[in-house]
Design a binder for this molecule. Sequence first.
Ligand code: G3I
Length: 370
Amino acid sequence: MKKFILKITAAGAIVASLAYCSTAKKITTTAVSLKDAYKNDFLIGTALNTPQIEERDPKAAALIPVQFNAVTPENCMKAENIHPQWDQYTFDLSDKLVAYAAKHNIKVNGHTLIWHSQLPQFARRIKDVDSFKTFFTNHINTVASRYKGKVFSWDVVNEALNEDGTMRKSIFLDKIGDGFVTEAFRLAEKASPGTELYYNDYNNEQPKKREGCIALVKKVQAAGVRIDGVGIQGHWHLGRVPFKDIEESILAYHALGLKVMITELDIEMLPRNFQGADVNQRQASNPALNPYANGIPDSLLQQQAADYANLFKLFLKHKDKITRVTFWGVNDGQSWLNGWPIPGRTNYPLLFDRAFNPKPAYHAVMALKK
Ligand code: G3I
């Protein structure tokens, strides 16, 4: 009989020990990690929150550089945080993120230049079209040029589409018209040449939204403006991962000459009554919707492991088209899904548990590379 023992060392490396119980012979194999296991396939990323950027939690600080070679700021580069007033920018945390990534040889994906959500109050209040265009231009120029040569890529535009593939009725559409997407890419390219430029959305693996996304990309390309990739966010649900739609979308976006990224991956374990990741959508609180507050059955963790394994099998099949797979958070306790769409729940969407221990899903993803 043999069993694997996995432990996180002080340096954050996961050491696999193959212990043979019958013979008491113990073989310690090589230290392994997600980024190393997938180093010939695609980057493995995570979203970072403020304490993680500032390396305030020793366990997170030890684990992140061992497991991941790409990071996306979860919030600090969003307009509300980085550009709080017309003539005021707050770069401290984003500068720290860039320095942190350089220190650990990690690639940064900037997130995000143009998004209707988490916009600063002053921008929402601008009535005059010319002033709004000036805000739009100044924001992209200032933020993208500050991190020129320091971030590997930008989510230039985030979530500009409705579920049926039409353009979302945002302040950008209202004030600038549907050319705002092309204009954002044009400005980003000018401010930060050499940085990869992506369009990012959730549910854009779904057929109708995918069609809208393809149309949007073609419009940018037809204008002679550079767009390098499409991010499929990947906020999916246990037992309901849309594998066929994901594969068709990887092929469709690649056929446009684009790189494909999975940019915000998590597999949610709790019930809710709608799909997607529109942060403005909420659901009423109800104890029945928080069934695993004191722990989750192993059977569900095994099902999650199977879902993650099938996803990574698909990603490996298309590794010539996929350049990065980023998880939206480091461990379960830090996931946004504990607070949305219902606050105060206990969710389990990632590969590491609340104590930073690898979950069955981690082992399943690693087992594909053995
Ligand atoms: O920083 C403030 C704090 O000062 C305040 O006291 C507290 C009170 O609510 O709020 C804090 O801000 C919160 C912020 O996260 C930082 O924790 C916001 O309320 C909260 O709305 C915000 O949520 C973020 C969400 O985007 C909102 O836009 C999540 O952390 C973040 O994971 C999520 O990320 C998005 C991607 O950017 C785009 N795709 C969907 C994805 C999930 O919604």
